[in-house]
Design a protein around this ligand. Structure first.
Ligand code: ZN
Length: 445
């Protein structure tokens, strides 16, 4: 269905007429968290943002800055001295998505095939990875002049396949459904095994990787490599108003955040806008670049210190701050309507979703919801409310974690989507506009 319309003339906010097209390009350019932050960096650079080295001191000068650590990024607009003690308005999202990651000892030989041994990352829908044309991307650590360097790599060729067992060899699959063993049935194949190939030194995989990274095999030290679907993101549906793509959870929010920050960078409100793109949300966030740690808190404190605040003033700034945690929300699946709370159905292309959970799987409370609703309502941005069924365990996101780490009022929101954690998810083009507008409005408030 198509949602309420807000025409550009009704809204004082910057418009992105092609935000859906931009989003398709962003998704295509970002097969891994490392590529996602590089993509975000290239967009921010065009908007006048300067990169800062997270290992050095932050600048005291007003300006637009971002820093990258691994697959995570923080970007902010630092105001002049009048704004020195301003609170922070943080929009948080995550750059990682469930996928398959290449093991350290990657070469597997089985049944006359050469395969790549993989670990499952996060709660992926295993079945969705079958019979797809998969490629590899990520980062490789290589030895150069006695020091290790990280190289981003991406192979666009569909070198991997995980073939489903033919129905003739699995007669019960239609009645009993498909059950997959993540250890024994998810290794992709990539070549037929040559019977006279007994050499394992160096491994076939390391040789391949050295070619991809353009280094010698003995320079390869380590890697964070993951499989991705080579099928490009596309507009789908009768009205072409839906986006089908991998990694909509949560690059949809990531890039709406980047677009919104670029739009408000010239006219920030009374608080300091911060975009926090975390890694590792899909595996619990307890990492050096995840939400459940010192990452964002330390950077906010360093920004405060750079602006001349002492610790007491920094804590006052935090006490006045606000966090918007943006992550996917479950739209109602028409084939499983009874899996949704009957009074809280979510429609696609019908507005930003506020997520509530009495057990605090989402951080939204009446105060943070009211603040967010009031901002959206001023600009006629439609909102919907999601609540999970009591008889199904509710997912969670970075909202409660960030809120707990910083002790800052937080609202959990997101764009409606279907097939969350499938290799090919579905979201609405209008919702990209609504989400970007809502984030702009929060930062402009
Ligand atoms: Zn997510």
């Amino acid at each position: 269905m198509s949602g309420p319309q807000t025409s550009p003339s009704q809204s004082p906010l910057s418009e992105f007429p092609n935000i859906a097209t931009d989003l398709l390009e962003d998704l295509e350019a970002s097969p891994t968290p490392y590529h996602a932050v590089e993509r975000a960096a290239s967009l921010l650079k065009k908007g006048g943002f300067e990169v800062v080295d997270h290992r050095g001191a932050l600048s005291s000068e007003p300006g637009r800055y971002y820093l990258i650590v691994g697959g995570a990024m923080v970007a902010w607009v630092q105001g002049d001295s009048d704004q020195a003690q301003a609170a922070y308005t943080v929009v948080g999202a995550h750059t990682d998505s469930p996928n398959l990651r290449v093991r350290a000892h990657a070469d597997v030989v089985s049944g006359g095939w050469d395969q790549i041994g993989v670990e499952t990352y996060g709660g992926l829908l295993l079945n969705s990875w079958l019979d797809r044309d998969l490629a590899l991307a990520g980062r490789v650590s290589v030895l150069v002049d006695d020091t290790s360097q990280q190289i981003l790599v991406r192979d666009h060729s569909p070198i991997l396949r995980i073939p489903q067992l033919a129905i003739h060899l699995d007669r019960e699959v239609r009645d009993k459904g498909l059950k997959l063993n993540a250890q024994t049935q998810m290794n992709p194949l990539w070549a037929t095994h040559s019977p006279d190939d007994n050499s394992n030194d160096p491994s076939a995989f390391v040789s391949y990787l050295a070619d991809l990274a353009d280094v010698a095999t003995d320079q390869i030290l380590s890697w964070d490599l993951m499989a991705y679907d080579t099928q490009s993101p596309a507009l789908v549906g009768r009205d072409l108003d839906m986006i089908a793509s991998a990694r909509i959870d949560n690059l949809f929010s990531t890039f709406c955040g980047v677009h919104a920050l670029l739009a408000v960078a010239d006219t920030v409100g009374s608080s300091t806008p911060v975009l926090a793109l975390y890694d590792h949300e899909e595996v619990g966030s307890e990492t050096s670049t995840g939400a459940a740690g010192a990452f964002l808190g330390a950077i906010l404190e360093r920004i405060s210190v750079a602006k001349g605040l002492d610790r007491a003033e920094h804590l006052v700034a935090l006490a006045n701050s606000f966090v918007v945690s943006a992550d996917g929300a479950h739209a109602t699946n028409p084939n499983y309507v009874d899996k949704h709370e009957p009074n809280h159905h979510i429609a696609m292309n019908a507005g930003v979703v506020i997520k509530r959970n009495a057990n605090q799987r989402y951080a939204t409370d009446a105060t943070s919801e009211a603040h967010f609703r009031a901002i959206c309502s001023r600009l006629a941005i439609p909102v919907q409310t999601y609540i999970h069924r009591n008889d199904l365990p509710c997912g969670s996101t970075i909202g409660p974690i960030t809120s707990g780490e910083l002790a800052v009022s937080t609202v959990d929101i997101g764009a409606p989507q279907l097939a969350m954690h499938s290799i090919r998810e579905l979201a609405g083009t209008e919702d990209a506009r609504f989400l970007s507008q809502a984030l702009q409005a929060v930062w402009s408030a």
